[in-house]
Ligand binder design. Structure first.
Ligand SMILES: [Zn+2]
Ligand SMILES: [Zn+2]
Length: 287
């Protein structure tokens, strides 16, 4: 996980993904298809939803709205590591070498009179010494706990979850039919996690369905629009890219396309023409 995401972000999930491979598919077969940008915004709108999917850009001001974070803070309120815990010895060592650390240990400042290179060297020595003393791996040297406090927290928190409507855990992409979702950090598919272990091919399948639903949804808007005008002309065309028939609706002077209606088998052009008084339809090739 990226450090920025770990500290400030909220991209989490059961499975991580291969960013390059998934990004290529997501952008080429979905984001560009619906004219969205790298954040997942469409025409500046950063939240889109239809019956099939929901797309929501990264929430920069996200915070827990379900109370779990407060509960966690409360748990830690009256807890401290034991005196002989690695954590406490680390704090003592750092203070001895000029660090200032506040009472809860959460904010620490390196010695003011040293540059980064110098105090990093000292820090490195402290970690080396303590890891050796406690026989612990170097990985996690800033957070090791040997008094059991961290593990009792893990035990306490393991069955606690954010409520499904908590702002902190809202996915950036949701496919409604299966509940498959993606969370990302700042940009679409950066440091991303998914909730269901699906293959890239299954992902493609989902995106195809979403693109189709997006254009169907757009079409509904155009249909609403032409209901309100009496005289329309239309140009019939075939959209090879999306494999859909489409109808470009022209304005009253027949020179401006005011909207395009996309059709697939379930939402057929024949059925449509029965219900709407389009006065003139021509094929694009005829022009
Ligand atoms: Zn929450
Ligand atoms: Zn401890």
């Amino acid at each position: 996980m990226e450090m920025g995401n770990m500290i400030f972000g909220h991209s989490r999930g059961n499975y991580s993904i291969d960013r390059d491979a998934w990004s290529n598919v997501f952008f080429d077969e979905f984001i560009y298809e619906i004219n969205a940008d790298a954040y997942g915004c469409i025409n500046g709108k950063c939240e889109y939803e239809n019956d099939t999917f929901k797309l929501k850009s990264y929430d920069w001001d996200s915070e827990c709205t379900c109370g779990l974070e407060d509960l966690i803070d409360k748990w830690w309120e009256d807890k401290v590591h034991k005196d002989d815990c690695y954590q406490m010895e680390l704090i003592r060592e750092k203070i001895k070498h000029g660090w200032t650390i506040d009472i809860s240990g959460s904010i620490e400042r390196p010695p003011q009179n040293m540059n980064f290179e110098k105090y990093s060297k000292i820090e490195d020595k402290i970690y080396k010494k303590l890891c050796k003393k406690y026989n612990l791996p170097r990985e996690g040297c800033a957070v090791h706990c040997t008094c059991g406090l961290d593990s009792s927290f893990e035990e306490w928190v393991k069955d606690k979850n954010h409520k499904s409507d908590c702002r902190l855990i809202q996915p950036n992409f949701l496919y409604k039919p299966t509940g498959f979702n993606i969370m990302w950090y700042k940009y679409a598919l950066r440091d991303s996690y998914i909730n269901q272990n699906i293959s890239l091919d299954e992902f493609r399948e989902i995106l195809r369905d979403c693109v189709k639903s997006y254009y169907e949804d757009k079409s509904k808007g155009v249909i609403k629009l032409i209901k309100s005008i009496t005289l329309v002309s239309a140009v019939f065309d075939y959209d090879n890219k999306h494999n859909m028939e489409c109808l470009g609706i022209l304005d009253e002077n027949n020179d401006k396309v005011i909207g395009t209606i996309y059709f697939d088998k379930e939402f057929g052009i024949e059925e449509f023409l029965k219900n709407y008084a389009i006065v003139k339809i021509e094929r694009k090739e005829d022009k």
